[in-house]
Design a protein around this ligand. Sequence first.
Ligand code: PLP
Length: 414
Amino acid sequence: MAMNMAATHAVNRKLFDPIFEANAACKAAIAKFGAEKVTNATIGTVLDEDGKLEVLPTVEKVFREMAMADFMSYAPISGRADFIEGVRCQILGDKDFEGYFGAVATSGGTGAIHHAVANYAERGEKVLTSDWFWGTYNVICNETGKKLETFKLFDDDYKFFNFENFTAKVEEILAVQKSLLIIINSPAHNPTGYSLSNSEWEKVLEILNSCAKGGKKINLLVDIAYIDFAGDKETAWGFIEKFKNLPKNLLVLISLSMSKSYTLYGQRCGALAAISSSAEIIEEFNDTNKYSSRAVWSNINHGAQILFTRINNDSILSKNLTADQKFLREHVNRRAEVFVNEAASCGLKIVPYKGGFFIAVPAENPAAVCKKLQEDLIFAVPLKLGIRVAACSTPLKKISGVAEKIKSAMDSLK
Ligand SMILES: Cc1ncc(COP(=O)(O)O)c(C=O)c1O
């Protein structure tokens, strides 16, 4: 019998990542047939038309001008005060805000989600997210002793948010749990590119307000990792205004990432923010999450926090950053547009794409379709409910034709 040295709760943990698996198959094909012939639609970073990592010029400029001590020194455990203030400005803007706000620096968006799951869901209990979801949510839940449960993101026509199923799931879980953490990734959801409209947000809040009337605790985590790929500031951030006049037992958490918005993927910086109508709940948020930060990573990349502050406190640099982000967003959107239009022309049903890195195609047997696609040297990621195509990394010349190839791969498997 195999022996385990790991503690019981850690035994048999193996990270299965379909993205890395598809990527490995793609690398093997490149080695055999040459990069020109292969379409790699698996990578989750923005690559230019030649396959090189895109770095925002303003970020690179500020990064290169920074002093060695900026990177090498420790940062405060909760994050630099000016970084936290910058995060507050980014989320709440300069309009009047009724309510209380708190934030802690985290190891990217992943760290923020970790803290939210670790501190706002009871051990052994359920956390709720949509059925199309970023697989890491499940890993974080398992790691912290929680169970991930899902609601149907879309109605049967794949057009709108499925309020009926969302409400049913929230009510079902709250019938047995005293509290519930719900994760919604919007705008520019991974893997579908869906964004809830402002009126959909209003309705979600209506439902949660109504459920909160029973006195149970509801924590809503909004994962905004791709927000700067969803549209300009006014459009993409507008829904935040809806998070006001919250009952005390409805806490809104927001996970923010510098990975996509600043192309700082490997520098590991982000934040978990909180909005509440109660000063006491925010004080608890700050204390609890500082405690977790000390235990998990101690403190966060100091250089990335300084870079964030330097850009956002300088009107010219922040204007330049906004222009850089717009350029990158439009670049990705052009590729997505090609795919979406070609899907419509060839009759391939896709999930509504509103923006962001990925487009999703619902499929009965995603793994078999992806395997079939590989015969055409096209590599995409098979998920549970469909196929993920990365518009962020697939050059324009290669994304053209992919929709049709997916359609014929599906047809051939019928
Ligand atoms: C949905 C979603 N949320 C959060 C993240 C967090 O990214 P990071 O930890 O690099 O900030 C990602 C990254 O792929 C993501 O896809």
